[in-house]
Write a protein that binds this ligand. Structure first.
Ligand SMILES: [Zn+2]
Length: 456
């Protein structure tokens, strides 16, 4: 039997040629002029998955960009893995900062350099090749489905509906995703949590027009003063959020998991130095990584109003605005939080102003239990390749589509990512180390082996 290591060694050049062909398609989802490229990428995925051994593959239309779906059903009674990935990429500007053109992939210093090298063309391609190896060597012991979308970088606006419409087709036991990173090649990790989000714009109106601050100041409420006080009252001296009911549904993390999470290396001094702050803030009683990973946060993302031009203009403005967001943790419902914030914000407004709260968007958080069989399989797979037990990591960021999968399809996701911090995703000079690329393919092959064994 050909081992995966040998298979990679023998097919290296072809793998890279095929990946580069995919990378050369400038599938930027946020730019309408690239619409055709989205179809090219979708067709390329269809061709690639059929060649790799899928029974069938199809490009599906949505209101927006297409989705490529493929499957290999060995036996309906066996467990099924649904691979989710995205074929779209971020824009490339500022172009002048790239050392080589973003859509002409190049290998330098043992890395692939191109837009999409990691996010998510390089990472998704590893799934296609792991699948190819398993099929060609008759080692696939579970059913596999692929769902490759074209709108992840613009927030997956059409995928939830597509999932609803194709729920039966997408039926699976687990969703496997490689669109995140690991701490370092010598510290493998798996993302087990993502935060949710609620976002609002608030408008505070005082008098019906800008007033002379000398003639009216002190007798008429200044909406910027009022807004500042209202916002300041949203957190207390321990950085605890004061919105009534805000913490009601927060899922507390067990001492055992907190202990595991603490194993991720974190240098507080380096962290402070990198962002040039003398002291960190955050909710009392939690470490910095816990504050970003397992606790919610409240932030003003922008605030404006009144006179902001050159020099001084004495004015008592009519209006003040702010963009406000909270990052939520698993089990907090963004719709409920959105309502709680609106009610609270309106209730604390003095009668001297009018307040308008407009919800902008939201998403649910996500948590992957570390005792889930598929998580265990991923853990074993990374031990096989990296020789170390991976650290579970709660990411502070949000991937709303992952929680949508759980809501719509009722399926958990395992986020088995191979990206590194230095990959510069979304930035100029995106890259992906070849070693991670090959190790990724190897780990995914192991995942299928362990996942099949666990479900015997
Ligand atoms: Zn991505």
């Amino acid at each position: 039997m050909t081992t995966i290591k040998t298979y990679i060694e023998e097919n290296k050049d072809r793998f890279l040629d095929e990946l580069f062909e995919l990378i050369r398609i400038p599938s930027i989802s946020s730019i309408a002029a690239h619409k055709d490229d989205m179809y090219k990428a979708a067709a390329y995925w269809k061709k690639m998955l059929l060649q790799a051994g899928a029974d069938k593959a199809e490009v599906y239309e949505t209101e927006g960009n297409p989705v490529t779906y493929a499957e290999k059903i060995i036996d309906a009674a066996l467990p099924t893995v649904l691979v989710y990935a995205h074929m779209d990429v971020m824009p490339v500007d500022p172009l002048e900062l790239w050392k080589s053109p973003p859509f002409e992939p190049e290998i330098r210093d043992g890395k692939i350099w191109a837009r999409g090298a990691d996010d998510d063309k390089g990472q998704s391609f590893m799934h296609a090749k792991a699948f190819e190896y398993l099929v060609k060597n008759d080692l696939l012991k579970v059913n596999v489905k692929f769902m490759i979308e074209g709108e992840e970088e613009v927030g997956s606006p059409n995928l939830p509906k597509w999932c609803k419409d194709n729920k039966a087709m997408l039926d699976a036991d687990i969703i496997l995703v490689s669109d995140t990173g690991m701490i370092a090649p010598d510290i493998p990790s798996i993302t087990t949590g993502l935060r949710g989000l609620s976002y609002w714009e608030v408008e505070v109106t005082g008098p019906n027009r800008d007033l002379h601050s000398g003639l009216f100041g002190a007798s008429v409420a200044n909406p910027i003063n009022v807004l500042s006080k209202m916002i300041a009252s949203m957190t207390d001296e321990n950085n605890h959020i004061t919105i009534p009911g805000f913490y009601d549904d927060v899922m507390e993390v067990s001492a055992k998991e907190r202990e595991l999470l603490a194993k991720a290396p974190f240098d507080v001094e380096e962290y402070k130095k990198a962002i040039d702050v003398e002291e960190l803030a955050g909710e009392k009683g939690y470490s910095p990584t816990e504050n970003t990973g397992i606790r919610p946060s409240f932030d003003i993302c922008g605030i404006w109003g009144g006179y902001t031009g050159e020099g001084a203009k004495t004015v008592l403005p009519s209006k003040a605005y702010a963009k406000v967001s909270t990052r939520l943790v698993p089990n907090q419902d963004n719709v409920k939080i959105s309502k709680l914030f609106k009610e609270h914000f309106e209730s604390i407004a003095p009668k001297s102003v009018k307040v308008k709260v407009t919800p902008l968007h939201g998403g649910q958080g996500y948590v992957c239990p570390i005792d889930l069989p598929a998580y265990k399989a991923a853990e074993k797979a990374l031990i096989d390749t990296y020789g170390k037990r991976p650290v579970p990591v709660r990411s502070g960021g949000s991937i709303p589509i992952i929680s949508s999968f759980e809501e719509i399809l009722g399926i958990k996701s395992v986020l088995m990512g191979f990206g590194l911090e230095s990959d510069a995703i979304h930035s100029p000079n995106e890259n992906f180390p070849l070693e991670q690329f090959y190790n990724g393919i190897e780990s995914l092959v192991s995942f299928y082996k362990h996942f099949a064994e666990m479900n015997k």
